[in-house]
Ligand binder design. Structure first.
Ligand code: PTJ
Length: 247
């Protein structure tokens, strides 16, 4: 039992939830380690969304609104942490959701899909094919989903898929607390923020842009995106917070 007055209450409750999700097979055991890395960066960022992350989320909404066939790619950690937020995002934007796993087994695909469905997410189904040129199972995707997408959101993932998707001509948005990760540096746009905070920011920005229909604002925002600026701002935020902690 975690006491309510524990200074790290939220973090401990999340950890407990993720352990339960690992027992159910929604997240891989390795996902617990990935969460720990994310927590460390979130600690350094102050565990709240920076002004820079808010701007990046608005750019993500602009990219999504100008895309022709965007798809939201969901892995075990993202599903376990943010199923509710993904359901609201999908309800608002109508963007399809596909499950894509690194530690892929039929049982885990089913566990992640059921968990998402239980929270109201409509998950794409079909027979996956190895369409993304990778030697591991993240290369498997649905021809009508990620296979046909012009833009893919790949939260919480560090590896080679982002580069492979870009070489296929797709635009990639990621959500990653580590501004130095390979994926964060390779993506067209990185929101350096915690996934449960970042997804609602994108949803809200989508709604805000919807009120601007016809103004061409989304296209202007897309043209101005410079991902290196967002990464540099995140590193600066981390640095400033570290120095303030010493005062
Ligand atoms: O479910 P699977 O089989 O597809 O596997 C998922 C994991 C997460 C195990 C797999 O994608 C993996 O190993 O990821 P990495 O390489 O550890 O990368 C995860 C990235 O997400 C790291 O850069 C972390 O800092 C970051 N991260 C971790 N937790 C969060 C996060 N970013 C945003 N929000 C989080 N809650």
């Amino acid at each position: 039992m975690i006491p309510l007055d524990h200074p790290r209450y939220r973090s401990l409750v999340t950890r407990e939830h993720l352990v339960a999700m690992a027992v159910r097979g929604v997240i891989a055991p390795e996902g617990l380690i990935a969460h720990g890395r994310g927590e460390a960066f979130d600690y350094l960022l102050g565990e709240s969304s920076t002004e820079s992350a808010h701007r990046a989320a608005r750019c993500a909404a602009a990219l999504l609104r100008t895309a022709k066939r965007p798809v939201f790619s969901v892995n075990g950690n993202t599903a376990a942490l943010a199923a509710k937020e993904i359901a609201v995002f999908q309800e608002t934007t109508g963007i399809p959701v596909e499950v894509n796993l690194f530690h892929r087994t039929p049982e885990r695909v089913e566990a992640v899909t059921s968990w998402l469905a239980a929270h109201g997410v409509r998950v794409l189904s079909g027979v996956p094919e190895r369409l993304v040129p990778l030697s591991h199972d993240r290369g498997l995707c649905l021809p009508s989903g990620i296979g046909a997408a012009d833009l893919v959101i790949v939260p919480l993932e560090d590896g080679d898929r982002c580069g492979a998707l870009k070489r296929m001509g797709k635009t990639v948005i990621t959500i990653d607390l580590n501004p130095l990760s390979r994926t964060a540096r390779t993506a067209d746009l990185t929101i350096v923020d915690e996934v449960t905070r970042a997804i609602p920011l994108i949803t809200a920005a989508w709604q805000e842009l919807a009120r601007d229909t016809g103004s061409g604002r989304a296209a202007e925002m897309v043209a101005a995106i410079d991902n290196r600026v967002f990464l540099a701002e995140a590193l600066q935020a981390i640095g400033e917070r570290c120095f303030r902690a010493l005062d």
